[in-house]
Design a protein around this ligand. Structure first.
Ligand code: GTP
Ligand code: MG
Length: 555
């Protein structure tokens, strides 16, 4: 089983969720060239945003005749695809072939009567479908297929992992269970598109795009939707008007700083969402943060959302990770396993704090993959060398250029299994000289730390910043201890015996909290032992267990 990038993610997902978003009509030939290769980040974004604009969300009664709903909708245009999901009742995501169908639908639907609550007359793309005579329609119901929007609990995951035949397979199972599904991605883009409808009331040229893990191929079901408001068209206008003998420009409000403008815009959009947005709840404006944002929960889609204003560097980071995630199927499998491992052991946390963030952790995995021999992914400098004219991006004086066409990147010759990579990851970081060295993805090299932060990961684009500046010494030490313990567990384990005893083995054993007894044992084991000693201890275990390890690793 080899999965890679969103281009081929369908295989695994369709196996799991059965009928996925169902296309109503096949379109032979369309996108044929693009679908056979891995799309560029920009292509995926454009396609998804366009799709979201042709999409509506309909709250449905729990007992529903699917055919009737589709029949009703088809009077407004061709329904290209649809799926149902559960979120405070049943909802249907409907993608029309044409945007005009939405206007037609909007014209035809009614406004709720103002008997109990007064309604704010903002017409969105969120509707409620009810049956006028539910009793007589019961007989015609067909069971609805509901597409899952959350992953299984870790406990159930562990049970599944125990049935696998190798650590590699365990890692692909985890990936398959946790990664975003086609349907979940559509919902994420729809949430952005619905926020865009508000933004366009003020700024007709604006768009709202997702970034972060919703688009970088490392998103997990249940993770937040990071979205930003983009006014890029404003830039286009400026260059157009400079041509010719005249100059004409808009009169615009001027403010002393970009930050202030960002804060004002977000404040107003935040108020709009709060006051007029159907299902927008718990709107929090966090305008004094380093990166001002509005947090809210979007109940119709079920997402926690973070809205900020265009941050070009964060988008470049999303694209860079997208490229790495698409290059080799092992990349995403390893990242998902490490992220899950880190969460189970309390190394990461959804609240901000002194712990390692998922973003930093992902960068650490990328760095580790650059350090393999031969490397599994290229360094950022190598990706920059492959950049074409169109890939040039200078942002705030930083050169953020790198290749966007995945075909230009040579596949790796490295054939290490994920079994090997997982245990080597723990060994590598369990023995990394964090006191002296920093992690530099641009060079793909350990370099001397420029300052004394416990963990130093160079921001790949703003090269004088450390993306893990928030991490304190105790958190780093906890990470190192957990990595060493995990390397130890993987090295010493006897898979066959554990399977006979029905004990969790491999990745499953690493996803069980190491426990109080265990952790004090672990501390004793680590106390005062230099990394060299640990390495030789692990090496000797490797030799002793060579034959049983071979069985466990060789798949
Ligand atoms: P999850 O939400 O945990 O699944 O991962 P995420 O990658 O989406 O992380 P998060 O929501 O915390 O942040 C969204 C995006 O903001 C990231 O993907 C990065 O592009 C950017 N980002 C987050 N934290 C940092 C940071 O410390 N430094 C920099 N430069 N960018 C960051
Ligand atoms: Mg996120």
């Amino acid at each position: 089983l080899r999965l890679s990038g969103p281009g081929s993610r369908g295989h695994a997902r369709l196996r799991r969720s059965g009928a996925a978003a169902q296309p109503a009509a096949e379109e032979p030939g369309e996108d044929a060239e693009v679908s056979t290769r891995k799309k560029t980040f920009a292509e995926v974004q454009a396609e998804r945003l366009d799709q979201a604009e042709r999409t509506v969300l309909i709250k449905c009664p729990s007992r529903l005749n699917e055919k009737k709903l589709l029949q009703y909708l088809s009077s407004h245009g061709n329904v290209k695809s649809h799926f149902f999901f559960e979120n405070r009742g049943i909802s249907a995501l409907i993608e029309f072939s044409e945007k005009s169908s939405i206007a037609s639908l909007q014209d035809a639907v009614g406004i709720p009567s103002a008997s109990e609550h007064h309604v704010v007359p903002f017409k969105s793309r969120l509707f409620t479908f009810t049956l006028k005579n539910p009793v007589s329609q019961h007989l015609e119901e067909t069971p609805l297929h509901l597409s899952p929007q959350s992953h299984i609990p870790v406990k159930n995951l562990i049970e599944k992992l125990c049935l696998a035949d190798s650590i590699s397979s365990q890692m692909y199972i985890l990936l398959d269970e946790y990664q975003l599904t086609e349907e979940n991605i559509r919902l994420r883009f729809l949430a952005c598109s619905l926020v865009r409808d508000f933004a366009r009331a003020y700024f007709p040229d604006s768009t709202v795009k997702p970034f972060g893990s919703s688009v970088n191929t490392f998103g997990k079901l249940g993770s937040d939707v990071d979205m930003f408001l983009d006014f890029r068209d404003t830039g286009k206008h400026a260059t157009k008007m400079k041509k010719g003998p005249f100059e004409m420009e808009y009169q615009m409000k001027r403010l002393p700083s970009e930050r202030l403008a960002t804060q004002r815009i977000l404040s107003v959009i935040g108020d709009c969402l709060d006051n007029f947005g159907p299902g927008c709840a718990n709107v929090q404006k966090i305008l004094n943060a380093r990166c001002p944002l509005v947090k809210f929960s979007h109940q119709p889609t079920g997402f926690q959302c973070d809205l900020s204003v265009s941050n070009s560097i964060a988008i470049r980071s999303s694209e860079l990770l997208y490229i790495y995630g698409c290059l080799d199927s092992r990349v995403r499998a390893l990242v998902f396993s490490i992220r899950c491992w880190a969460r189970v052991h309390g190394l990461t946390n959804s609240a901000p704090g002194t712990w390692i963030t998922n973003f930093s952790l992902t960068m650490m995995v990328m760095f580790f993959l650059q350090r393999r021999s031969p490397p599994i992914i290229p360094t950022l400098d190598q990706l920059k060398e492959l950049a074409g004219e169109k890939d040039k991006h200078i942002i705030g004086g930083y050169d953020c250029s790198f290749v966007s066409d995945l075909r230009k990147i040579k596949p790796t010759k490295n054939t290490e299994t994920l079994d090997v990579l997982l245990s080597e990851f723990f060994e590598y970081f369990g023995n990394f000289d964090f006191r002296k060295n920093s992690i530099n993805l641009r060079k793909g090299k350990e370099v001397n730390k420029p300052e004394s932060s416990p963990l130093y990961i160079w921001n790949p684009f703003e090269q004088d910043l450390n993306i893990s500046k928030n991490v304190n010494q105790p958190q780093l030490e906890k990470f190192i201890a957990m990595a060493r313990e995990s390397a130890w567990i993987l090295q010493k384990e006897d898979k066959t015996q554990q399977m006979i005893n029905k004990e969790p083995w491999g990745l499953a054993a690493l996803l069980i909290p190491f426990g109080k007894n265990n952790s004090s044992k672990m501390k004793n084991r680590m106390k005062g032992i230099g990394s060299e000693t640990i390495r030789s201890l692990l090496d000797s275990l490797k030799l002793n267990n060579a034959s049983s390890q071979q069985k466990a690793v060789g798949k």
